[in-house]
Design a protein around this ligand. Sequence first.
Ligand SMILES: Nc1ncnc2c1ncn2[C@@H]1O[C@H](COP(=O)(O)OP(=O)(O)OP(=O)(O)O)[C@@H](O)[C@H]1O
Ligand SMILES: [Mg+2]
Length: 500
Amino acid sequence: MRGIRKEFPGVVANDEVSFEVRRGEVHALLGENGAGKSTLMNILYGLYRPDGGEIRLNGKPVSFSSAREAINAGIGMVHQHFMLIPVMTVAENVVLGTEPVREGVLLDERAAARRVADMAKTFNFAVDPEALVEDISVGQQQRVEIMKALYRNADVLILDEPTAVLTPQEASDLFDILQTLRQEGMSIIFISHKLNEVLEIADRITVLRRGKTIETVSRHGATEASLARAMVGRDVLLRVDKPQAATGDVLLTVQDLHVRDDRGIEKVRGVSLDVRAGEIVGIAGVDGNGQSELIDALTGLQKIESGAVTIAGRELSHASARAALDAGIGHIPEDRQRRGLVLEFSIAENIALHDYAKPPTARSGWLFPGRMVQRAKTLIKEFDVRGGGPLTRAGGLSGGNQQKLVVAREIDRDPKVLIAAQPTRGLDVGAIEYLHRRLVAERDEGRAILLISLELEEILSLSDRILVLFEGEIVGEHTGEVSEETIGLEMLGGGEKAVA
Ligand SMILES: Nc1ncnc2c1ncn2[C@@H]1O[C@H](COP(=O)(O)OP(=O)(O)OP(=O)(O)O)[C@@H](O)[C@H]1O
Ligand SMILES: [Mg+2]
């Protein structure tokens, strides 16, 4: 890709970007939130038309006006938000749109299913072709997306933040798959904000900053610090500096909580915990051990089976989401697109989402749009939301900037208790540095913060106290120094309490 330019109203997303990928290499694309990574890849995949520049494939100029044309030319892309059909099987999803049909009837479903099964075996995908997509894990769904691309004979595979939603084990399985594909001569473009992963898997690394190519370097000789500096344009503090906590009253109490998931399976099994003003309590655990159900129960999104939840002395066990918010809960949800934002609404409207009916935004039934816009302006600046102003549609923001928007709103609501679930998912290193500092500052303002994160490093560096959740129960509690190994063992159910 040479001299690629792409403008959106008010933003130059790609400004003369040059980028090249060799056969059989993993090439990482790095850059801050809004730097233009997804835009560049959407151009390569035929979803956006560039305003300038050229694309050459095997030396020949190409131009795609649809994804179908890019696919036919051998380009595959796995988006961060998967595009599978949940009620169809793995095999059906893989062949969808390519099946041999005559007069609208699928010709040989069996042959298609066999081909998918063969492929799953060859590449060691460990996915059952007959399983329904809605029944398999996120990591397996991602493999289905990769199989879709392989089935269409892709030889350039684009992965946009593939590990953001994976557990460390799933990520390591994905890397094994990528190694195999690389050996087969496939070219892989890998977007990630996790610098350690980039250094592990990439042969070369290209850094974008504010729409421009900064440099392309070999993995050899690159360090996390050098990459962070190239991305952000300054040195980044990769560790959190945190003074001793000064704790106050208990603001969140959970007593013997039991919660079932949508299918009636008990996912939270007798959790008791409390969080004081001025402390960050981190919940460590492998994905799927009851974190989501615990969060949903605390925020009124899922009804509880038994037990009690109290916020600042107020019992809220069976409260609605609205009542939980009014009682002083702030919630940074794990899925920003489903639960954090209305993508069709503007930034200002999204910020006013919970409190639009209250002063100062409204009074006696009258809405004051000017105040909404003013508030949005202030928060955009404070939280460095890039890519637009108060009236920009939230859906037009880059993934990381959408996340910053949710965080800004929830902190600005001045909650007593802040429930932060995967708060740095999709954020660049500079934004993570800011958010981590900000969470510590909010703690020191006297908020009670419950941090739920799959990133053990994040839990270890931010928490004043760590609870380990395993199969819906708290199996460990730690204050002060504790090793990653100890927590890791407990996360897998091998701690002292579980053994005893
Ligand atoms: N469909 C769109 N409409 C309007 N603006 C857009 C659109 N897509 C991207 N942009 C803007 O282009 C810029 C680059 O966005 P892009 O999604 O490429 O960033 P990114 O590097 O992928 O960031 P992130 O790490 O947050 O995913 C941003 O300022 C974004 O707001
Ligand atoms: Mg992106």
